[in-house]
Design a protein around this ligand. Structure first.
Ligand SMILES: C[S@@+](CC[C@H](N)C(=O)[O-])C[C@H]1O[C@@H](n2cnc3c(N)ncnc32)[C@H](O)[C@@H]1O
Length: 500
């Protein structure tokens, strides 16, 4: 069976099989200018099939972003003078190794020995032979220019995660890079190896943080999605870094730049490895210098403000002990995966059908009316699916929004049971009499600006999962009772959090 015929969540073996099909391109014409090398890497990337790029997490770091992370590492104590070994365990086209080499050569004499010193300072590993060939060609060009000779580089075409499981990782002083991300399936042996950093689903970038801590006892600087800061699946990872290598700085990358990098998630530059605990410096973007400081509480979730005006709210939210469960609510995903039940979909109601609530029928705060959907097939022949019908009032929350949308959370009250809820919606329900906050108030809360700001720091992606809704910190229920008559609901909700 070819890789990816079976599943969209590959295992490590499938990633290896896939990478083995990549042909290294001809790269002899590459020089040592980071802009040119980045353009060559980009050409290589665009020649790969989309499925391969996304499975291997191949997108390359622009030179200015790489430089900023190296500066942040320098500020945390990394030395680019030939005295430290730097390892990029997913080095791609050399977006980090090349600028590190360019910094180091400035501090070395122009001799053959110095070329060997430079080679000892750099370790690169990548599963993609194409990316690695670009790195090698760029380093060759730099060494020829500076030293008139090309040393033997420590560049390996390998699966870093396999090296970790087999105890064959190199050692270095500093780990730097932009590891791949995406969920991955692990064998029992692999899961046991990474047990300290996984909770539930394994994500490639979490595994690469684990790997970095094994390669270096010192500094680590990574480009990463921000979901690890507060997401539930990353609790074990946060615990691990909080204990072993607490982060010293996090720099959020503005969304226009993430889009330019081809990423849909919010990204950050994180430096780990400080000795002083629980204080983190947060920077707004790649160009910003002044940073906020924030305290990290244990293994989190770490609600980290992206701007100064959020600091008070997020600090209050992270101290809140109230969640939807404390309001008497449960969350599940809408059960109807329509394409599995095509033959049960109907355009008009008849005996044995129930209305379908599609996601496009949900508009913020308006009572849900399933007939507002632009879909043609609004009814389902229920057959044996009666137990999946929504049979009570609920709050429906969209599971995806677009990046430009003003709010991540789009919630609407549903009061017209029974109905079948489609899979692009979350369903927030309670047993009768269990809810301490009525459905309408809960909707107003979820649609408010303060809750949206908290949610953004919890999630970092455009998806809204049931797990994240369950983890969302809320104000004490008693503080919300007069929300319906508040003149400014956002201010009222902010005050409710701060009173916590
Ligand atoms: C996001 S790209 C970053 C590349 C480069 N560090 C940069 O910043 O431009 C991730 C890289 O990880 C590599 N990769 C994915 N899975 C890997 C694995 N298991 N072992 C080693 N490299 C891997 C991909 O081939 C890709 O080059």
């Amino acid at each position: 069976m070819k890789p990816f015929q079976r599943t969209t969540r590959p295992g490590l073996r499938e990633l290896e099989d896939l990478a083995a099909t990549i042909q290294a391109s001809a790269v002899s014409a590459i020089g040592s200018d980071p802009g040119d090398v980045s353009a060559a890497a980009e050409r290589h990337r665009t020649m790969l099939p989309e499925k391969m790029r996304s499975a291997l997490g191949i997108f390359y770091t622009p030179p200015d972003v790489a430089d900023r992370l190296l500066d942040d590492l320098g500020a945390a104590g990394a030395r680019f003078d030939g005295s430290q070994v730097f390892c990029d365990p997913a080095c791609g086209g050399g977006a980090f190794l090349l600028p590190i080499a360019r910094r180091i050569v400035q501090r070395l004499p122009r001799s053959e020995d110095a070329a060997q010193t430079l080679a000892r300072c750099l370790i690169g590993i990548d599963i993609d032979p194409g990316g690695l060939a670009i790195t090698r060609a760029a380093l060759n060009a730099l060494a020829r220019e500076w030293f008139g000779t090309v040393p033997r580089w420590n560049l390996r075409n390998d699966n870093t995660l396999r090296l970790a499981v087999e105890g064959r990782l190199p050692r270095a002083d500093v780990v730097v890079g932009n590891p791949p991300f995406g969920r991955v399936r692990l064998s029992d042996l692999e899961r046991t190896h990474f047990a300290g950093s996984i909770r539930g689903h394994a994500n490639l970038y979490g595994l690469f943080v684990d790997v970095a801590l094994a390669i270096s006892g010192g500094l680590v600087g990574y480009v990463m999605p921000t979901s690890w800061l507060a997401g539930d699946y990353f609790a074990a990872l946060r615990q691990l870094v909080a204990t072993e290598r607490p982060p010293t700085s996090v720099r959020f990358i503005a969304s226009r730049r993430s889009v330019f990098m081809g990423v849909l998630q919010e990204m950050c530059l994180a430096v780990f490895g400080r000795t002083q605990r629980s204080v983190l410096t947060v920077f707004g973007d790649v160009d910003s210098h002044g940073g906020l400081t924030t305290r990290l509480r244990g293994a989190g979730p770490w609600f980290i403000p992206r701007r100064e005006s959020d600091a008070l709210l997020l600090s209050a939210a992270s101290g809140s002990r109230y969640r939807l469960a404390d309001y008497g609510y449960r969350v599940h995903t809408g059960p109807l995966v329509w394409n599995r039940h095509r033959d049960q979909l109907r355009a008009s109601p008849s005996r044995g059908t129930a209305p379908i609530v599609w996601a496009d029928a949900v508009r913020p705060a308006e009572q849900v009316d399933y007939r507002r959907s632009r879909r043609r097939l609004l009814h389902l022949m229920v057959n044996g699916m009666g137990h999946l019908l929504l049979d009570r009032p609920a709050v429906l929350v969209k599971r995806t929004t677009s990046k430009e949308q003003r709010r991540r959370l789009v919630a609407a009250p549903f009061g017209d049971p029974p109905a079948m809820v489609e899979n692009h919606l979350n369903v927030v329900t309670s047993d009768s009499g269990a809810a301490s906050v009525p459905v309408d108030l809960l909707c107003a809360l979820l649609n408010s600006e303060p809750v949206d700001r908290i949610f953004r720091s919890l999630s970092g992606s455009v998806a809204v999962s049931a797990t994240e809704l369950v983890a969302l910190p809320l104000p004490p229920p008693a503080a919300l009772m007069r929300l319906a008559s508040a003149r400014n609901p956002d201010d009222f909700i902010l005050a409710a959090y701060l009173r916590n």
